[in-house]
Each structure stands twice: as C-alpha cells, then as structure tokens.
Design a protein around this ligand. Structure first.
Ligand code: LMR
Length: 398
C-alpha cells in the first residue's frame, strides 16, 4: 500500500542540520536551527545538567513505568518555575501539569485537549509563527487563523493590527501567544501589551495558549514569564506549553510540560484526566530521564544556583552577540538600520533578506539560515562575525 505515497520533503528547519553537516567548507557558519552554541560553535551540556544526570543514574533503582503524567517531582517544580512560586493560580490549585516529550509534545497534547473540549475550534496564531506550530496544532484538527504580529519592512510589532484582529476572536476560540523570545522574529510584547491582551481575553472570552520555549534566554527567568503570569491572574482558563530544550540544553532528551489552568481546582483536575487519557492513546507515557534531571536541579539549591548562573551566562552571551552584530554592521556601513537586532530577544531575528539573498549566503558563503532570513543569533561568534558581516554586506549590495 505504500506505493501510493510520494516522497515528502524534509522539514525546512531540520533539513538545515543535514545540509550544514554535509558542507565541506571550513569557514561555514550555522545560523539555522535554534540551538544554543558557545564561542566554538558547540552546543555544550550544562555542568548542572551533567551533575544532576550522574546523580539520577546513581540513585535510580527501577525502570518501571511512571504513568502518563510523568515524573511527579518535575511537575511540581516546573509549575513553580513557570508561574512563579506563590502565584495565586498555584495557591488555589487551579493549575495541573504533566511532563511531555518536549514543548512539541505539550503543544500537540494541548491541541488534542482543545479538540475534545471544543471540537472544530479555531486557534489564532501570530503571523509569522514557528513553522511547526501549524502541523502540531492543525494536525490535531484545530482550524488555524492568523493575527498580524510583525512587520518585516520596519522590523516592528504590529500591535494595533494584532489587537484589532483578536477583537474578532470569540469565546470558544483559542489564541496562541509566544511567552517570550518570539520564534521567528524575536519581538516580544511588553507588560502593558500583555495587560491589554489580558483585558481583551477577559472581554472576548477567548482562551490563551502560551508557548514558553525560551524562558530565561530573553531578559531572565521571571521577566520572560511575566506576561503569562499576568494572564494567569486574570483569565479563568488557559494552557501553557513549556520546553526545557533550550534553557536546560536538554534538546534530544525531549523534556517539556503542559499546564492546564482551570477556573477551579476541580475543573483543572478533570481536564488533566483527559490529558492523561490523550497521552495514553498517543505515546502512553513520556520518557522520564530528562524530567528527572530537571527535578534534581530544581530541588537542590546548589544545582539550582549553578544552573541559573549558567543560563544567565548563555543569555548574556546571546544579548552580547546581538549588540556585536549590530555594531559591526553599522561600522561596515551597511545601508540598513539593524538596531532592531539589539532590541529583539532570544535566539532569533529576521535579517529582512530575500530568499535569493539567503540562497547566495548559503551557496557562496556557507552561511546557513532559514530561507525567511531568520537567523539563530547564538551561531554568531567573535571568530565568525567579520566573515558574516562581510557576506551580508556583499549580498545586500546586490
Ligand atoms: C527552531 O525553531 O529552530 C527550533 O525550535 C528547533 C525546531 O525544532 O524547529
């Protein structure tokens, strides 16, 4: 029966990994997939993660099943990290959390829950949004609509247009928001804008679904979650998908969480009973290893402090690279104003180049990025910044 299938093209972001690896040029630069890199272009295992992992190995005495909700200690700790210890929604037990295989697992399971609660519901996503949001949510059967978010010509948020579009979102509909470090554009809502979104959600009755994939990589662990924490104080119901891929560097271990905020503790528990059933019907239960590592770190004050310091250094490095790239482009005298790169947060920014210019960067210079000209800023280094700036100047000169 497989003879009816035609080859399916690889995912455009993941494909860059293979293309970059296969490129023999020694001066090639990887600004593609969103993984943190150090000055040597390496994605290291954090020291706190290594230490916690050896403790997990040493202390583990069984590989018996853990159940669809995953590692209970992880679920408790990640709730506090996401919402902030003492958040009113946690104090009133209105949040129920499960460990998922990465942020992707959380988004997909969340979408399945929405489908059960509101079959055929519409989910509004930002234009642009992370390309994989569309299959993760759409394949579950949700209808996708877009709201304007970012103006590529001026490299600024389209907040007024976003609010006008979302004024049409109704009760029973869902709005996907990036908690921080917007992927792909790096432009985030400020707190006043989050407040305005909360007002609108209250007025219109739509359900916010926050994707928090980069907590700690923008302005800090608390600052990056401030928007969703504010929403969780205001709206009766919401969903949060969080990822430990980037902030714990646990990419391939697949660690994330789905939190359901209900209008009462009882409703949150009921919703999670459905989540458990959905999980059982897809992958039965999540892998525990990565969740156990995160729980080990967050429960131990010494490891926790070490992890926070390492994460802070990663964040400072990325923000420093943003400044460096902007300065070097300015010094090189490129005609365009790249101040937005320094203003934006997280791993990504759009350079505002055409697909043909991106193709030249890859083909002539071995500088890899998504063809929308989204770059992973963490792929820049002191060693390659001159080369990158020269290449950008060359393709922008025409
Ligand atoms: C990215 O956008 O590059 C990352 O989120 C990795 C991925 O899975 O696409």
């Amino acid at each position: 029966m497989f003879d009816v299938l035609q080859p399916y093209p690889p995912d455009p972001i993941l494909r860059l990994i293979a293309d970059f690896r296969a490129d023999p040029r020694t001066d090639k630069v990887d600004l593609g997939v969103g993984v943190y890199k150090d000055e040597a272009g390496h994605t290291p295992i954090m020291a706190a993660v290594k230490a916690a992992e050896s403790r997990v190995f040493a202390g583990e005495d069984s590989k018996a099943y853990i159940g669809p909700a995953g590692v209970p200690e992880f679920n408790v700790e990640i709730q506090k990290l996401t919402f902030g210890a003492g958040h009113p929604a946690l104090a009133s037990a209105r949040v129920a959390t499960v460990l998922t295989p990465g942020g992707c697992g959380a988004l997909r399971v969340g979408a399945e829950l929405l489908k059960r609660a509101a079959p055929g519901a519409t989910i509004w996503v930002s234009d642009p949004t992370w390309a994989n949001h569309i299959p993760l949510l759409g394949n579950a059967g949700l209808k996708i609509r877009e709201y304007p978010y970012y103006d590529r010509a001026t490299s600024t948020l389209r907040f007024d247009a976003m609010m006008s579009a979302l004024a049409e979102a109704a009760r029973g509909e869902v709005v996907l928001l990036h908690g921080c470090c917007h992927n792909p554009c790096g432009a985030d809502l400020d707190l006043d804008q989050w407040r305005a979104v909360a007002d609108l959600a209250e007025r219109r009755g739509f359900l916010p679904f926050v994707d928090l994939a980069y907590q700690g990589l923008g302005d800090g662990l608390d600052a990056d979650a401030a928007g969703l924490r504010l929403l969780a104080e205001r709206v009766p119901e919401m969903l949060v998908a969080s990822s430990c891929s980037k902030n714990f560097g646990l990419y391939r271990e697949r660690v994330g969480s789905l939190s359901v905020v209900g209008d009462s503790a009882q409703r949150a528990e009921i919703a999670v009973s459905h989540v458990n059933n959905i999980v059982r019907g897809i992958y039965s239960m999540p892998p525990s290893h990565g969740g156990a590592i995160v729980a080990e770190i967050l429960r131990d004050p010494v490891l926790d402090a070490q992890w926070r310091a390492e994460l802070g250094a990663m964040r400072d490095r990325i923000n420093g690279l943003r400044r460096l790239l902007r300065e070097q482009l300015q010094e090189r005298g490129v005609a365009r104003d790249f101040a937005f790169i320094e203003r934006e947060r997280g791993m990504f920014s759009f350079l505002g180049l055409s697909e043909a210019q991106v193709a030249r960067l890859i083909g002539e210079f071995g500088i890899y990025m998504v063809n929308s000209s989204r770059i992973n800023v963490a792929g820049i280094s002191q060693a390659n910044v001159d080369y990158v700036v020269e290449a950008l100047a060359a393709v922008m000169a025409g």
